[in-house]
Design a protein. Structure first.
Length: 96
């Protein structure tokens, strides 16, 4: 699951510029910059999580997981979700 967190946060970080492109086209520079600043942490934490997972540093994984939980504490997932187990195979993927 920690490997999946790293991959998911990396995907978020890679999508930041794509997300703000529409705002920049309309000259909403402040809104675009605010969004970038709000999500800048995701790429940094993703890299740290990947390093911790590969090094079997579970203390760091726990600390980073707490930081991630603070950022997403307002996200509510329905009990009837159909997400399945997206973390399956994430460790193999992070090794590549």
């Amino acid at each position: 699951m920690a490997a999946f967190l790293s991959l998911a946060l990396k995907t978020i970080a890679e999508g930041i510029d794509v997300s703000v492109a529409a705002w920049e086209k309309r000259d909403y520079w402040v809104k675009a910059d605010k969004f970038r600043m709000e999500w800048m942490w995701s790429g940094q934490v993703a890299d740290k999580m990947k390093i911790a997972v590969l090094a079997d540093d579970w203390g760091t994984v726990a600390m980073l997981s707490a930081q991630i939980a603070q950022k997403f504490n307002k996200v509510m997932v329905s009990d009837n979700h159909r997400l399945g187990k997206p973390w399956a195979g994430a460790y193999r993927q992070i090794l590549e």
